[in-house]
Design a protein around this ligand. Structure first.
Ligand code: NDP
Length: 338
């Protein structure tokens, strides 16, 4: 056992763990991945063998029993996050959990409270705020580059890769649908940009693709922030060729972020003012690397998670407000969503 290493267990043989997170953990000088768990032992063993991980389990309890494991990354289906996180916290492990933290904000709050009581670090894996593009946009907003911000548009409409057209489209109980998947990310991004929560949300949702009829795959919403700032969001699973980005509009200019609503580093940020268009230089990095660096710094007591448990409660609360508004056909006041 390397005393200096931070040893991780991977909870869920998921696509995101396979494509991004195991790699991001290993890029950290202290990061070591020792075990993976799945509900299906064969899937866990395959994952472990492909990713060069020593131990594969089909029960979370077995992984948590390993005293070398200090931290877990949870990326099971959305309905499993609550029980997986509570079990890991109760075993004294630090937890980096995928969004949404749970299906209901009150359950997400239960996770936050449990982590605080147990004295472990809890973080939510919201990656957009860690991307160089979005950090540049926030910097421009804070510097007043576009004057007083009065509105924004978030176009987060894409399509699911074939391999992910599973529970997101067909298992309502698993936390399916575009609101739990995408709107929750917008919520975190907008809180990151503005530093405050919206006051009201109005939304309409529908199912335009091949998924189950009761599971929304498209939603449009309008968010009212303090100081008369309006934001429009379009989130979808059925727009394969739409550009995905952000516009932020102010009294002296606009910020245009193109192809920046993705897991993959890239895209452009342009500042448009009376002087013309100025391309903002970006040195792209993998957003999840920063999630891991900040999470480990929090464990070491030298920093804070880039998105905390509280951030995860709030992003879920706002996503639920979107869902609620779409369901009742009325504007929802955020303070009343629990
Ligand atoms: P996957 O569908 O790939 O994985 C989720 C779970 O589905 C796995 O834990 C696994 O269960 C099960 N599963 C995986 N492959 C199969 C299969 N072939 N047959 C049956 N079951 C399978 O989802 P994602 O990786 O896309 O998402 C996982 C979580 O991560 C979600 O909560 C999602 O919201 C979040 N996410 C976050 C992103 C971000 O940027 N923060 C981006 C993408 C996803 P088991 O563990 O039991 O094997």
């Amino acid at each position: 056992m390397d005393e200096k290493a931070l040893t991780w267990g991977i909870v869920g043989a998921s696509t995101i763990a396979r494509e991004w997170i195991v790699d991001s953990i290993r890029k950290h000088p202290l990061g070591r991945v020792k075990a993976v768990t799945s509900s299906d032992l064969r899937r866990a063993e395959e994952f472990a063998s492909q990713m060069n991980i020593a131990d594969a389990y089909d029960s979370l309890a077995s992984l948590l029993a390993d005293r070398e494991i200090q931290a877990v990354y949870i990326s099971t289906k959305n309905d499993r996050h609550l029980s997986d996180a509570l079990e890991a916290i109760s075993a004294g492990k630090h937890v980096l959990c995928e969004k949404p933290l749970a299906l209901e904000p009150s359950d997400a709050q239960t996770i936050v409270d449990a982590a605080q009581r147990r004295g472990v670090v809890l973080a939510t894996n919201h990656h957009l705020r860690n991307m160089e593009s979005h950090r540049a946009i926030k910097r421009l907003m804070d510097e007043g580059a576009v004057g007083v911000v009065n509105s924004a548009r978030v176009f987060h409409a894409g399509s699911l890769p074939e391999g992910l057209k599973t529970w997101r489209l067909h298992e309502k109980g698993a936390g399916a649908g575009v609101i739990y998947d995408i709107s929750v990310h917008n919520a975190d991004l907008l809180r990151f940009y503005f530093g405050v929560n919206p006051l009201k949300i109005t939304a309409i949702a529908t199912t335009a693709g091949d998924g189950d009829r009761e599971i929304e795959d498209s939603v449009m919403s309008v968010w009212e922030f303090p100081n008369n700032v309006l934001v429009q969001c379009h989130d979808s699973f059925v727009v394969p060729f739409g550009p995905r980005g952000v516009e932020v509009h102010g009294s002296k200019g606009s910020i245009l972020g193109l192809d920046i609503m993705s897991q993959t580093p890239g895209g452009r940020v342009v500042l448009r003012t009376a002087e013309g268009d100025q391309e903002i230089p970006l040195v792209h990095k993998v957003a999840y690397d920063r999630s891991i660096v900040d999470f480990i710094a929090a464990i070491q007591g030298t920093g804070a998670p880039s998105a905390t448990g509280d951030d995860g409660v709030w992003s879920l609360r706002l996503a639920r407000a979107v869902a609620r508004s779409a369901q009742i056909g009325q504007t929802v006041t955020v303070g009343k969503v629990q």
